[in-house]
Design a protein around this ligand. Sequence first.
Ligand SMILES: Cc1cc2nc3c(=O)[nH]c(=O)nc-3n(C[C@H](O)[C@H](O)[C@H](O)COP(=O)(O)OP(=O)(O)OC[C@H]3O[C@@H](n4cnc5c(N)ncnc54)[C@H](O)[C@@H]3O)c2cc1C
Length: 458
Amino acid sequence: MSADTTGLIDELRRALGDDAVLTGGDIGDRTRSDASQTGRHLPKAVLRPATVDAVATALRVCNAHRQSVVPQGGLTGLAGGASPQAGDFALSLERLTGIEEIDEAAQTMTVKAGTPLEVAQKAAEAAGFLLAIDLGARGSCQIGGNLSTNAGGIRVIRHGVTRDNVLGLEVALADGTVLTMLNKMVKNNTGYDLRQLFIGAEGTLGIITRAVLRLKPLPEGRATALLALASYDDVVRLLKRAQRELGGLSAFEAMWRSYFSVTAKAENIPLFAEEPDFAVIIETEGADQAAPLEAFLEGALTDGLINDALIAQSEKERRAFWIVREGLVMDRLPSIVNLDVSLAIGDLGRFAEACDAALKARFAEAYVSFYGHIGDSNMHIAVSVAGASEADLHEIDEIVYRIVAQYHGSISAEHGIGTLKRDYLGYSRKPEELDVMRRIKTALDPNGILNPGKVLPV
Ligand SMILES: Cc1cc2nc3c(=O)[nH]c(=O)nc-3n(C[C@H](O)[C@H](O)[C@H](O)COP(=O)(O)OP(=O)(O)OC[C@H]3O[C@@H](n4cnc5c(N)ncnc54)[C@H](O)[C@@H]3O)c2cc1C
């Protein structure tokens, strides 16, 4: 990377226009970090291209100058992927927005990468469709960020992760070449599926500029229940039964008592008279879901699979269940570490016990809690150790990821690797796999300008 960037910035201003290149005091502080709040450096410049051609031009010029570039979407990522390293330029997608087309016959939406997820969801809804990608950060995160992190969220059990909802993609490569693969077909076996290479690559292989997303018929209603269970084995049995008997199952979220007792109390939302060891939220979507859900719960109660059940009678009650599950109050705990891992569903109960024991053996006063998208084999772990040092926080990661590796799980279910998990990638991927990843990176970005220092261990 060139140390004096004056000539480069002049060239970018000439090529993109003055308003597309911010420097000095014009650079907003929010470009320093994604939502992990671990970013330490402001970008040296912020590029704000408003067209696909301008993205390509920005990359071509930066590549010629060996200038590193960090793509920035809505900055809601939790892995440090969009946070600049020292000397990076940020390439913000905030001006590349808009829905280009909703094709009712193909049931697709063609959308620019900088469009906020919620804007795309509302446009789909207005046209009578469901855009099934959904997560808590919907108001701020962008389609390009969702694709680059292969975001998960709360509807995965029914609609899949982000990559399952993408039919076509357009990407600008490091040298400014644009791959326009805006395919609308479900079937297309014509060689390597390049689209999937860029989804989940966290901006290290190319910049996503447009996408063709799959749309589904808009569900006519939904029903939600909060259930009390006595053991993790019962949670697994309930999941199997729900998948067999509830055709519209769209969410299956479990919370260990250590989690929901804290979040419910902090939010002042009373749940069960007696706190169970596990609470599960079940949601189904489709027309007339209330009666089948009620019948299902009656059967589960009779068979002793669940001990209690609350069915949401209003949107307010439904929201209350989800507020307890989203647990935003967790961020108020001291030195909170949020981990996002994935293991075979049947192993998650024993894994939680092993983590709890190992963390408390090292940090006797630790608060440790478990919750997550259990129907997708995805568990979140919240650990708080008052007064923890930087080294302690790393040790917490190490302890958990070592146990994940023993269970052959994944150290990142949905948040990605970024910088925060980069040095632990070897716990989940073999040296030969990392070697292939490095070869792909070198082939597509030989000068290493795209989001250097992210994903791949140095
Ligand atoms: C309250 C809250 C709830 C969340 N819930 C979930 C959840 O349920 N499931 C989940 O998976 N995540 C969740 N997240 C994490 C986050 O919202 C997702 O990772 C989201 O997909 C990031 O999108 P973004 O636009 O903010 O991307 P950013 O944070 O800006 O960037 C994320 C990564 O993608 C790269 N990038 C961004 N745009 C592009 C582009 N156009 N081309 C190439 N690379 C690009 C960046 O360089 C970075 O590496 C949550 C976050 C918050 C704050």
